[in-house]
Design a protein around this ligand. Structure first.
Ligand SMILES: Cc1cc2nc3c(=O)[nH]c(=O)nc-3n(C[C@H](O)[C@H](O)[C@H](O)COP(=O)(O)OP(=O)(O)OC[C@H]3O[C@@H](n4cnc5c(N)ncnc54)[C@H](O)[C@@H]3O)c2cc1C
Length: 312
C-alpha cells in the first residue's frame, strides 16, 4: 500500500511538472513571431535571395537562431534555410596540408571523423564537447562561427588553429582568415548577402594542440574556454597560437603569451608565466555564472592545464 501511495505521488508530481512546462511552451514567448522560409538549392540562389531581401536571415542547424526567435530576442520575418544547398552539404576532406570542412558539417560529423581526430584533435574535442547529443546532431560548424558568440567551442578552436573561411556572395567567392572575422559580440565580418561555404583548417605534423573548457554542467555553455596550438622544433616551441573563449566581446588571441613561448621549452615555470601573460590586462565579462575576476582566474588555470597536457 505504501509503495502504491509513493507511485501515485511520483506520477502526480511529474504530471504537475509536465503541465507547468507545457504552459511555458504555450506562452507567447516560446513561439517565434511568424516568418517565411526560402529553401534554395544552390549557393548562387541563396546569396541572390539574401541580396534581394534585406530582412532575411540565414538558417543553418537552427540551434542558436531558433531558440533566440522563440524567446523573441530576434524576429527575422524571412529565413533562408541552407539545408538543401548542394555545395555546402556536410563534407570533410584532407587536401594535403589542410582539412576542408563544408559549412553544414555537424559537430557530430567533426567529432567522429578519423582525419580530424588524427590531425586536428583539438577540433574533434571541441566539437564533441558542444552541449548535448541532440544539439551536436543538428548544429553546424558554419553556424557556430557565424553566430559570433565568444563562448563558441569551434570559434575559439578555429582561431587557435588559424583557419581560413571561404565565403560566397553576389560578387563571387573570397577567402578570409579567422583573425579579424569576429568583430564584436555576436557580430562577424560578413556582408548581408554572404554565406560561409567552407573552412580550410591547416595541420602540421609537429603541432600539439588541445581544447579545454569549464562549464557548470557538461551540457551547458562554457564559463571559460581555451584552445592551444603549438608547433615544436626539437623540444622548443617554434610557433604558438592560444585562443581564449568568454574572455572579452569576441574570441581573443593571447598574443603576449604566444610571443613569450616561442623558442622556449615548456617547463613548469615557462607554462606558469605564459598562463599569467594570457590573462594580463584582460577584462572578461561578468554575468550570473561568473564575475570578471573569477573568469580571468579560470582562463589562467585553463591555459596552464592546456599547455601542461601537451606531450612536447
Ligand atoms: C542549450 C544549448 C547549449 C549550447 N551549448 C553550446 C556550447 O557549449 N558550445 C557551443 O559552441 N555551442 C553551444 N550551443 C550553440 C550551438 O553550438 C549552435 O549550434 C551554434 O551556436 C549555431 O549553429 P547552428 O548551425 O545551429 O546555426 P543557426 O542557429 O542556424 O545560426 C546561427 C547564426 O549563424 C548564421 N549562419 C549559420 N550558418 C551560416 C553560414 N554558413 N554563413 C553565414 N551565416 C551563417 C545564422 O544566420 C545565425 O545568425 C548551444 C545551444 C543550445 C541551444
Amino acid at each position: 500500500m505504501e509503495s502504491l501511495t509513493l507511485l501515485f505521488f511520483v506520477v502526480e508530481v511529474n504530471f504537475r511538472k509536465l503541465f507547468k512546462l507545457r504552459g511555458l511552451f504555450n506562452s507567447k514567448h516560446m513561439r517565434p513571431a511568424s516568418f517565411s522560409v526560402f529553401r534554395p538549392l544552390s549557393l548562387k540562389e541563396a546569396v541572390g535571395v539574401l541580396s534581394e531581401n534585406d530582412d532575411a536571415k540565414v538558417l543553418a542547424g537552427g540551434q542558436s537562431l531558433i531558440p533566440m526567435m522563440k524567446l523573441r530576442v530576434f524576429s527575422p520575418p524571412k529565413l533562408v534555410s541552407l539545408q538543401r544547398v548542394k555545395e555546402i552539404q556536410p563534407k570533410i576532406s584532407d587536401e594535403g596540408g589542410y582539412i576542408s570542412i563544408n559549412s553544414l558539417t555537424t559537430y557530430e560529423d567533426i567529432a567522429h571523423n578519423g582525419d580530424i581526430r588524427q590531425k586536428l584533435p583539438a577540433l574533434a574535442k571541441a566539437a564533441g564537447e558542444v552541449a548535448d547529443q541532440q544539439i551536436r546532431n543538428r548544429g553546424t560548424i558554419g553556424g557556430n562561427v557565424c553566430h559570433g558568440d565568444s563562448a563558441a567551442n569551434l570559434g575559439v578552436t578555429l582561431l587557435a588553429l588559424g583557419a581560413t573561411l571561404v565565403i560566397e556572395g553576389v560578387r563571387g567567392e573570397r577567402k578570409a582568415g579567422i583573425d579579424g572575422f569576429h568583430t564584436g559580440p555576436f557580430s562577424v565580418a560578413l556582408e548581408h548577402d554572404e554565406v560561409v561555404k567552407r573552412f580550410e583548417v591547416p595541420y602540421d605534423n609537429s603541432s600539439k594542440q588541445t581544447f579545454m573548457k569549464i562549464s557548470k554542467t557538461a551540457t551547458t555553455w562554457p564559463m571559460a574556454s581555451v584552445a592551444v596550438n603549438i608547433s615544436v622544433s626539437g623540444s622548443t616551441v617554434a610557433k604558438a597560437r592560444i585562443a581564449l573563449g568568454v574572455a572579452g566581446p569576441t574570441v581573443l588571441r593571447a598574443h603576449r603569451a604566444e610571443a613569450y613561448l616561442e623558442g622556449k621549452s615548456l617547463s613548469a615555470d615557462v607554462v606558469a608565466k605564459a598562463a599569467e601573460l594570457a590573462v594580463d590586462g584582460l577584462n572578461p565579462p561578468s554575468d550570473i555564472h561568473a564575475d570578471s575576476e573569477y573568469r580571468a582566474h579560470l582562463l589562467k588555470v585553463l591555459t596552464r592545464r592546456s599547455l601542461e597536457s601537451l606531450e612536447v
